[in-house]
Ligand binder design. Structure first.
Ligand SMILES: NC(=O)c1ccc[n+]([C@@H]2O[C@H](COP(=O)([O-])OP(=O)(O)OC[C@H]3O[C@@H](n4cnc5c(N)ncnc54)[C@H](O)[C@@H]3O)[C@@H](O)[C@H]2O)c1
Length: 291
């Protein structure tokens, strides 16, 4: 079954991007947001992003209009009842997600595929909450959704093959390269990335090297576009702590998931990185001061 109509729940940082790439792929998209101001802001971001693509000559103005016309903003969850696929992109709170999926399980058609864009929670728990775990997948897009080429398609032990295949094809239709992942903490990217970031912090705690030298080493030694401390600042120290805290609670004996004391201290001090102006580096807007 090819997916034609898509519901996106949440029109924040990720939701507006998912709505845009799905509509660009030709789907009719209903984007539902609880907060009308956030909905308005998200739709304006989509329009701004489409306009930029037109200005850069990457999209015809008529195509941009057609994409925008395929996006139907709403504040009513019942508007996704007839969708073939619903992608959840609300706040990273497991209870909020579970109650949303319980509601989606009640109101959507039985064939509807339910997907979560969560970065850190088990997809299986949300599938169970929906009452339709066989139709549940993870669709983990990356920020900014319009630019990042990857989507992780996550299947649980209960996901039907047809739901997984259709979600995988949907990822391609959104212009992304899908990869198949199991329902394990962090899927593929964050499972490797988060322990790497935490170990970089432990290196600083131990006095092994300075943040600048660790970043230079990983850029020049591994060809990474930015080093781990720069990346931590960019993503937000609080975001990384949030993910690692949850994993440490669930897997207390896994040393890779232990949250370093320095990370907790910096977050307590409000040194969150780019968003607060200071983390491992001092920031001026989107750039490290002096760079
Ligand atoms: N930000 C990232 O870099 C990133 C990357 C990958 C995945 N994710 C995941 O994507 C999800 C969304 O993250 P975000 O950064 O876009 O958050 P965000 O805070 O920017 O957006 C969430 C939006 O959901 C809305 N919302 C909350 N509850 C709702 C409900 N019940 N119904 C409808 N709307 C509701 C909020 O009003 C808000 O506008 C999270 O699960 C996060 O872990 C985030």
């Amino acid at each position: 079954m090819a997916i034609q109509s898509v519901g996106v729940i949440g029109c924040g940082l990720m939701g507006h991007g998912i709505a845009q790439v799905a509509a660009t792929g030709g789907c009719e998209v209903t984007v539902v947001e609880a907060d009308p101001t956030a909905l308005d802001k998200g739709v304006k971001r989509i329009e701004g992003s489409l306009m930029k693509l037109v200005e850069k000559g990457k999209l015809q103005a008529t195509e941009a209009t057609a994409i925008r016309n395929r996006i139907h903003p709403s504040t009513k969850l019942s508007d996704v009842a007839q969708c073939d696929l619903v992608v959840e992109a609300i706040v990273e709170n497991l209870d909020a997600k579970k109650s949303l999926f319980a509601e989606l399980g009640r109101i959507t058609k039985p064939s509807c595929i339910l997907a979560s864009n969560t970065s850190s929670f088990p997809i299986g728990e949300m599938g169970d909450a929906s009452g339709r775990p066989q139709r549940m997948v993870g669709l983990h897009f990356f920020n900014p959704v319009q630019l990042m080429a990857l989507v992780e398609v996550v299947r649980t032990t209960k996901t039907e093959e047809s739901a997984f295949k259709d979600a995988f094809e949907f990822g391609k239709r959104c212009g992304k390269t899908p990869v198949a992942a199991k329902d394990t903490p962090g899927f593929i990217v964050n499972r490797l990335l988060v322990p790497y970031l935490l170990e970089a912090i432990r290196m600083i705690e131990r006095g092994d090297a300075t943040p600048e030298d660790i970043d230079t080493a990983m850029r020049l030694g591994c060809g990474y576009p930015m080093g781990p401390l720069h990346l931590l600042d960019y993503v937000g120290l609080d975001t990384t702590q949030f993910i690692a805290d949850g994993w440490e609670r669930r897997f207390p004996s896994e040393p890779l998931f232990k949250v370093p004391g320095e990370l907790k201290d910096l977050v307590k001090q409000g040194r969150l990185g780019r968003k607060s102006g200071r983390g491992y580096y001092e920031w001026e807007g989107d750039k490290i001061k002096g760079k």
